[in-house]
Design a protein around this ligand. Structure first.
Ligand code: DGL
Length: 280
């Protein structure tokens, strides 16, 4: 008997989770991948903690009923650092979250100065403070929060030129901070930002090491599902604001998605096929 492929639902506020989906696909495991963007609520980095803790678990609980995944990846640092426990309480499936890569960044620095680039919400979370205290207590951590950089990544995946002012502001915010002259490792703690890796490296005044969590999440997902070696297969991408499908279809199609769904407003979050339909 051939085992059915395990299905993973990758979730983010927007296209950022595609950096994690890319890492899962590159890890060489036979997984079926669905994607959901809560883009009606983008950016999460400017939403309140209470709003995110209320919305994300109920949206994911509803999607897990409708799309029947075997595991969920909360491919969003902003949601993971505030709502992961609430998502796990709401859903009886393995839920993998993203942890800002502070531990590997602190291990990699030679100068003792690292950058933390994330959303305005993630940089000030208690969860982030705890990680720094636990893994980077002897390291100077320069934090910069940017919502404009999230939008710049969205622009890039729509085929537009990402806002150079957003890139410059983030780079100056890190390298121009006291101690920034010794910065040698930057932790990308928003899943949108690896999508701008080339642009960020180009805007930086010198070469540094950029770290993200994609590969670690991919390993974790394969482990929790006991996934076999093989090729990932993309199934369906859903959006809470389906009007964005037009601009973003190319970025999803080039990754192998052929079916798109519109996810309705809360509290039902009903998924309706748009453009094409995929069998459940
Ligand atoms: N991609 C998300 C993250 O990893 C957040 C983007 C947003 O602010 O919506 O934090």
């Amino acid at each position: 008997m051939v085992n059915a492929m395990k299905r993973v639902l990758v979730f983010d506020s927007g296209v950022g989770g595609l950096s994690v989906l890319d890492a899962i696909a590159a890890s060489g495991h036979a997984l079926e991948l669905d994607y959901v963007a809560d883009n009606a609520w983008l950016p999460y980095g400017l939403k309140s903690d209470a709003d995110l803790r209320a919305r994300v678990p109920s949206l994911l609980a509803r999607l897990s009923e409708q799309w029947a995944p075997d595991a969920i990846v909360v491919a969003c640092n902003t949601a993971s650092t505030i709502a992961l426990d609430a998502v796990r309480a709401a859903i009886a499936l393995p839920v993998v979250g993203v942890v800002p890569p502070i531990k590997p960044a602190a291990a990699a620095t030679r100068t003792g100065v690292i950058g933390l680039l994330a959303t305005p919400a993630t940089v000030k979370r208690a969860y982030t403070d705890d990680l720094i205290q636990q893994f980077a207590a002897d390291t100077l951590v320069l934090r910069f929060g940017s919502a404009a950089l999230v939008e710049a990544a969205e622009q890039k995946l729509r085929g537009e030129t990402p806002d150079s002012a957003a890139l410059a502001e983030a780079i100056n915010g890190l390298f121009g901070a006291p101690g920034g002259d010794r910065l040698d490792v930057i932790a990308l703690a928003c899943t949108h930002f690896p999508l701008l890796a080339a642009e960020l490296a180009h805007a930086a005044p010198r070469a540094v090491t950029w770290l993200d969590s994609g590969a670690a999440i991919a390993r974790r997902v394969a482990h929790v599902l006991g996934a076999e070696q093989g090729a990932a297969r993309m199934r369906r991408a859903g959006f809470t604001d389906a009007s964005a499908v037009n601009g973003l279809a190319g970025a999803f199609q080039m990754r192998g998605f052929a079916a798109f769904a519109a996810i309705g407003a809360s509290p039902a979050f009903d998924a309706e096929p748009v453009v094409d339909s995929a069998s459940a």
